[in-house]
Design a protein around this ligand. Structure first.
Ligand SMILES: O=C(O)CCC(=O)C(=O)O
Length: 266
């Protein structure tokens, strides 16, 4: 259960981590789902330099176990307590931080959701479910605590290198070095860590990113970016695996919703 201290931490810093919210069986079910998704071929998959899957978008649309994760009662209760409203999943993705894989540049998820998907307000949460132990070594997500209070700080710039320039990705939403430096001095930077099964709840305006993983240790986070039901995307420029079409409120499932998959497999 999310405590009042965690709610305050979320309001002040822009995020809170609920350690070991999911148990080993639930993490194992999600690892099975990850195995299946890492073999998925399609436009939902972004690969890193080695050709390995780095991000798989729309995980809750592709796999029943990931869809059930969005309905996990502990996640639903935490989101509803923080946002005070029912919510839908705007975007989901698996982020596999392979050894020597990709860097995630500093950004705000809400920058793109607002400008490209037409989400009116930052009334949403980036939920991150840790499938591995995350420590200072295996490229944790780095966040600037309190940066959500600065509003949108990224700037739109034409990106002539974009493969889909003519359609959705004409612009990049980068944060200039000067703005980044000011934000880092104003807020500092923290690594966001915890054992496998921990769950991060982060305001979608927090400035965050991650560096390369030079360890041989895998680092996987499953993301569900959710928004309140009265704050829907309005432009539909991107496909559904980037930006929701289904705005039905997520209903909590039973306590064993993930464990039931393990029981059924045995
Ligand atoms: O997991 C990471 O390294 C960061 C991912 C991220 O920031 C994102 O997908 O928006």
């Amino acid at each position: 259960m999310v405590t009042s201290e965690q709610i305050k931490e979320y309001a002040d810093k822009g995020w809170a981590v609920l350690p070991s919210l999911l148990d080993k069986t639930e993490v194992s079910v999600l690892n099975d789902a990850l195995d299946a998704l890492s073999h998925h071929e399609g436009p939902e998959v972004a690969k890193d330099g080695s050709g390995a899957a780095h991000v798989v978008y729309g995980m809750h649309l592709l796999d029943d176990r990931m869809a059930m994760l969005a309905r996990h009662p502990a996640l639903v209760a935490a989101v509803e307590k923080i946002l005070g409203k029912q919510f839908f999943v705007h975007q989901s993705r698996v982020n596999i931080k392979q050894t020597d894989g990709s860097v995630v540049k500093w950004h705000q998820d809400f920058g793109t959701y607002h400008r490209v998907d037409g989400l009116p307000k930052p009334d949403g949460i980036m939920i991150g479910v840790f499938l591995d132990d995350i420590d200072p070594c295996n490229a944790p997500v780095l966040g600037m605590p309190g940066s959500h209070k600065n509003g949108i700080v990224s700037e739109a710039a034409l990106d002539s290198t974009s493969e889909d320039f003519e359609t959705v990705s004409k612009y990049r939403y980068d944060i200039t070095p000067e703005t980044l430096s000011n934000l880092a001095h104003e807020h500092g930077i923290e690594a966001i860590m915890g054992p496998a099964g921990s769950v991060l709840f982060m305001d979608m305006t927090v400035v965050h990113g991650s560096s390369i993983n030079i360890t041989p240790l895998r680092r996987v986070i499953l993301y569900l970016n959710v928004s309140t039901v009265d704050n829907r995307g309005e432009t539909f420029e991107r496909p559904e695996y980037y930006a929701a079409r289904d705005f039905s409120p997520i209903e909590a499932a039973g306590e064993n919703c993930l464990r039931d998959f393990a029981a059924a497999a045995n």
